[in-house]
Design a protein around this ligand. Structure first.
Ligand code: AHR
Length: 524
């Protein structure tokens, strides 16, 4: 890893009291330089029939920790505290061979799930999921089966969920004990249909044909639903994600409201700086799809607005193959502090692109590559829980275009322009920042990726002045490899001393390997 001076003019190196070189950085906040409204759907999550996400996660009938519906109350509380807004369901790869009728009514049909090689009892299905959402205060987001499923089956599901009555499937819902329609708004047209691993995988042209007809049938039942097309998830080998995205955007432009993108990253080589820089790839992919959306708008005068839904994102590399990737305990990744820094970087990407990214779903909610982890006796909160909680509860209002001026570093993966996805890069800034204004409150999120050094930073108010007490919260832990476990909390959010602010400048020293939120008032 190569440290060098950034683009900035003023990022001087200072000699600290200990004689160690310390960086001096600058963040300029201008409340007039707005990007877009931060959509609460950025704080979404995902519950797939996979491992112990549903069974033993959110649903465990018979457990002393479950309520009368079999929902784990400790998990429910952790979900509410996490500030989750909407939950995608039932998959994932699982959905591409899922038949929703197996999971409703008194007779449930057990099936082998060939995505994750486990027996699916179907005891938890549509009605249990919607009921769980109503209790949790979250919005359900359904994915239909575009693999082995038919477009008619997708239409029937919308009818079952959203039609008042009279039709066969709405009456079936009533017969099952749910008289009121659910009015589910968000529906995705399949999952990762660009991946050869997907059951019923299609090429882009065939996906467009099937998704367009499915969309037509679904909207005939429920015209106000919002549809999400399965964008790129496959960047391996000779996959062409750009062709995929452009083809489906052009082919489905008149149908869809979102294009979904998926991204998982890992630290397989145990290279800290490579790893914590990976949100740059997400940023780049966002800009590429933003360009495609702009192209579409430019070509079609009456183009309906289409946004980006990052509806699967996370760190995932440990429990990704062999026995760890199948069966009852699949994908039980155990997270550390560096993973939490990457998650904060992803969340910063969403906020910085709030005009075009209008939905995001951490994959997944419980046990399966998840912020919440259960045993039969209780739960613990993984490291990645804390940055998401900070953003979902605190990042509200309008996103700002922030100027950051700090030292940068090169890594073997992210250096000056040698990676085709990041060819615009001139080194990676140590500080990764987003900010929002809400009324007269400004909220600034700063990830300090420097593993060893605090970064002394001037926060400069470009319009108006900082006034009064600024609250400071920090997600951190003793070491980048620190983990949490049952009864052990090494990484969490701590409140730090308030900053008493007056005037145009605050100086703050961001701790090594930390995520910091600073919040206070700006007076015009
Ligand atoms: O979230 C785990 C899996 O990752 C999902 O089932 C799939 O969509 C993705 O490949």
């Amino acid at each position: 890893m190569n440290m060098k001076k950034g683009l900035c003019l003023a990022a001087a190196l200072l000699v600290s009291a200990t004689g160690v070189f310390a960086q001096q950085a600058k963040i300029k906040i201008d409340i007039d330089r707005t990007v877009g409204e931060i959509d609460p759907n950025l704080w979404g999550n995902f519950a797939e029939h996979l491992g112990r996400c549903i069974y033993g996660g959110i649903y465990e009938p018979g457990s002393p920790l479950a309520d009368g519906d079999g929902f784990r109350t400790d998990v429910m509380k952790a979900v509410q505290d996490l500030g989750v807004t909407l939950v995608r369901y039932p998959g994932g790869n699982f959905v591409s061979n899922y038949h929703w009728l197996d999971g409703v009514g008194p007779e449930r049909v057990p099936r082998m799930d060939y995505a994750w090689h486990r027996l699916e009892t179907n005891m938890f299905g549509t009605n249990e999921f919607v009921k769980w959402n109503r209790k949790a205060g979250t919005e359900p987001y359904m994915a239909v089966n575009m693999g082995t499923g038919t477009i008619e089956e997708a239409q029937w599901w919308v009818e079952y969920c959203n039609a008042d009555g009279g039709s066969y499937y709405s009456e079936l819902r009533k017969k099952h004990g749910y008289p009121e329609p659910y009015n589910i708004i968000y529906w995705s047209l399949g999952n990762e249909m660009d991946g050869p691993w997907q059951m019923g995988h299609l090429n882009a042209e065939d996906y467009v044909k099937k998704a367009r007809e499915a969309s037509k049938l679904m909207r005939l039942v429920s015209p106000d639903i919002k549809l999400i097309a399965a964008g790129s998830s496959n960047y391996a080998g000779d996959a062409d994600p750009y062709h995929w995205n452009r083809t489906i955007l052009e082919g489905l432009a008149s149908e869809i409201d979102y294009i979904s993108l998926h991204m998982y990253v890992g630290n397989e080589q145990d290279n800290y700086y490579n790893f914590v820089s990976t949100p740059i790839v997400m940023d780049t992919r966002t800009q590429i799809v933003r360009g495609m959306l702009n192209e579409l708008k430019n070509k079609n005068r009456n183009q309906r607005p289409i946004y980006i839904a990052w509806d699967e994102y996370n760190v995932w590399y440990r429990a990704r193959s062999g026995a760890d990737a199948v069966g009852e305990r699949a994908l039980e990744e155990h997270y550390n502090l560096e993973d939490a820094l990457v998650i904060a970087g992803f969340l910063n990407v969403f906020v910085r692109n709030a005009d075009v990214v209008k939905m995001a779903n951490m994959a997944q909610l419980v046990n399966v590559i998840a912020p919440i982890f259960t045993s039969e006796e209780g739960i613990f909160l993984q490291t990645i829980y804390y940055p998401l909680q900070l953003f979902s509860n605190e990042m509200k209002g309008t996103s700002l275009d922030v100027m950051v001026d700090c030292d940068t570093y090169d890594t073997d993966r992210f250096s000056n322009g040698d990676n085709e996805e990041t060819s615009h890069l001139l080194g990676v800034p140590y500080l990764d920042v987003s900010a929002a204004v809400n009324g007269d409150q400004v909220t600034i999120m700063v990830v300090n990726r420097n593993k060893d050094q605090a970064i002394s930073t001037d926060l400069i108010c470009q319009e108006g002045t900082f006034a009064g007490n600024f609250e400071v919260y920090e997600v951190n832990g003793p070491d980048i490899k620190s983990e949490n476990d049952f009864g052990v909390t090494n990484v969490e959010t701590l409140r730090k001393d308030d900053i008493r602010a007056k005037g145009e400048k605050i100086n703050y020293s961001f701790a090594p390997h930390s995520v910091t939120m600073i919040r206070g008032q700006i007076k015009r």
